[in-house]
Write a protein that binds this ligand. Sequence first.
Ligand code: MN
Length: 231
Amino acid sequence: MNRRTLLSQGLVGVAAFFGTRPGFGYPFHILARRADPITLPKLPYDRNALSPYISARTLDFHYGKHHAGYVRKLNAGIKGTPWANKSLEEIILGTAEKAPKIFNNAAQTWNHSFYWASMKPKGGGEPSGKLKSAIEASFGDMDAFRAAFLKAAGGLFGSGWTWLVKNEKTLEIRQTQNAGTPLVDHRLTPLLTLDVWEHAYYLDYQNGRKAYIQAWLDHLVDWEAAARRLG
Ligand code: MN
């Protein structure tokens, strides 16, 4: 299975959520020579569903203002450019280190969709099966993984993202600053991400980033989604 197939299949059940456009089923778009805009995917759970670990108020701002804002600015930025009829992934790969304004909004659009799909109500706990074995092979055991993830996410300076990725046969924790995304590195398959921008946790935890990371690992992380992406 190649990486692109894996990426697509990794988000089974949340395909619409992936931020790709809805396709060309509607002929007027073609006649008008106007691509559909990149859409804000629907949240895969209710706004109250992650409470108390992530409140409805945080989701209202984070999803409704921040994520929606990246989508809106992306559409404004690509309008009338060759990117207007490309997929979100094509835009991210094509603008990386070339067109930072479009890249930032495109990558943030994708990263946030992936973040929503990295957690679920009553998540947390431990993975099982192949994913558990892969984590043990790469990090030693679950406690060591947890400590490494906490250290990475807690220590990331400023704004960014902490990822669990597959790199060839190994799992790794990666950090990206600001809008950075492992999608631009073809060797990496993202399995999970945690948003560690302050807007992700400030309303619920103020400056307590560590408590946010712990709550995410204990109660929200969606190991089943990660296992599907691992394949
Ligand atoms: Mn965010």
